[in-house]
Design a protein around this ligand. Structure first.
Ligand SMILES: Nc1ncnc2c1ncn2[C@@H]1O[C@H](COP(=O)(O)OP(=O)(O)OP(=O)(O)O)[C@@H](O)[C@H]1O
Ligand SMILES: [Mg+2]
Length: 347
């Protein structure tokens, strides 16, 4: 009763603490925070001082003096630095709620596939310290499936593939439970690293990961250009010449990038295949008919949907708002206590 009353007046939150981005939705207000998951800290011996969080900290990546570090506390989808992940969480809650709220919020946090009990407790501790009165953890695939509008309660296969920054998370959900899950170590960050390596190899020039990501946004494509003569799309990027050590700019072509991305894309397909190989036959039959939904920022790579369709032979649907799918899905649970109970009991 009391909780119901508090729920009505409080500002409940759904949080997706991703490798690349932290998103917060407030019940009744929708998405209110969308910031890079980066914290810049100044270390002095054992003491640590937070210099910046989010967009400002991200601008510092690769540009900090020795005593300042721009850190991404979540690596490969899992929390690598708990103290700094806590800073991210606290900052996100403060940004979402402004001043200290009158009533402590209920908070739903999306957790990646394979989160251990120790990690769960650490996330719960952090959320409590950030001011939560009640914490629920929900699997990212379930949140993403809800965000994509899939009927997860039905006794049928609802499959999502969330291509984030650090990992590709796969889930096949039936009757509100995650029947098959997989965490594939191939996603956006791996694409960026592959681009750094390709520019080094082709142009003998070292670029930063942020520049690599910029190239991916501008000319990245999963499929080779069909036109002949080959698509001339190219971007000029700046880096350091590894021969002379001096900054220079080079023209990087779409073909170079498409070629560089292939091993990462094949790892994703291989992960999908392995997950399907462990899927019960009835659910496989559903997936044959209905295919799967792709979401996460990686789903925005041009040509990716067609690439996955070709590689798997299955119908592939891109979620409507890939970067926000999991956060929006989790926020739906704030209004639906029955489903919340069901999916967290299964998580
Ligand atoms: N238009 C685009 N084309 C290609 N990649 C993109 C595009 N937009 C974003 N990305 C990539 O998507 C990734 C971030 O996606 P997202 O925000 O879903 O990840 P995350 O949820 O923070 O990470 P994770 O789920 O792995 O913890 C980054 O690697 C980014 O470069
Ligand atoms: Mg994500």
């Amino acid at each position: 009763m009391l909780d119901q009353a508090l729920g009505r007046f409080g500002h409940d939150l759904a949080i997706d603490l991703g490798t690349s981005n932290t998103l917060v939705c407030v019940r009744g207000r929708g998405l209110v925070v969308e910031e890079p998951s980066v914290v810049a800290v100044e270390r002095d011996g054992d003491s640590m001082h937070v210099v910046a969080v989010g967009t400002e900290a991200r601008r510092m990546v690769g540009r900090t003096p020795e005593h300042i570090q721009a850190v991404r506390p979540i690596r490969d989808g899992i929390i690598a630095d708990f103290a700094l992940a806590e800073v991210l969480l606290r900052t996100a809650v403060e940004q979402a709620l402004g001043q200290k709220p009158f009533v402590k919020p209920r908070i739903i946090v999306c957790v990646p596939v394979g989160t251990t009990d120790v990690e769960r407790r650490a996330i719960q501790d952090s959320a409590r310290k950030a001011g939560a009165r009640e914490i629920h953890l929900v699997g990212k695939p379930t949140a993403a499936a809800l965000g994509a509008g899939l009927p997860i309660h039905e006794a049928s296969a609802n499959m999502v593939v969330d291509i984030g920054g650090g990992t590709t998370e796969l889930g096949i959900i039936s009757m509100g439970g995650e029947v098959v899950t997989a965490s594939i170590h191939a996603a956006g960050d791996h694409m960026d690293r592959a681009i750094v390596a390709a520019v080094q190899q082709h142009h003998n020039t070292l670029i930063g990961e942020r520049t690599a990501e910029e190239i991916k946004f501008r000319i990245g494509h999963a499929l080779p250009a069909a036109d002949s003569p080959p698509d001339p799309a190219a971007v000029r990027v700046k880096g350091r010449d590894l021969g002379t050590g001096i900054p220079r700019d080079v023209a990087v072509t779409r073909a170079t990038i498409t070629h560089a991305l292939q091993p990462v894309l094949h790892d994703i397909v291989e992960g999908i295949r392995r997950a399907l190989a462990r899927t019960p036959p009835e659910l496989c039959a559903d997936i044959y008919d209905r295919g799967f939904v792709v979401c996460g920022g990686g789903a925005l790579l041009r040509g990716l949907v067609d690439f996955l369709r070709d590689a798997t032979g299955l119908p592939v649907i891109q979620a409507e708002d890939p970067l926000r799918c999991a956060a929006l899905g989790a926020s739906r649970l704030l209004d639906d206590p029955e489903t919340l109970q069901r999916v967290t009991a299964n998580a």
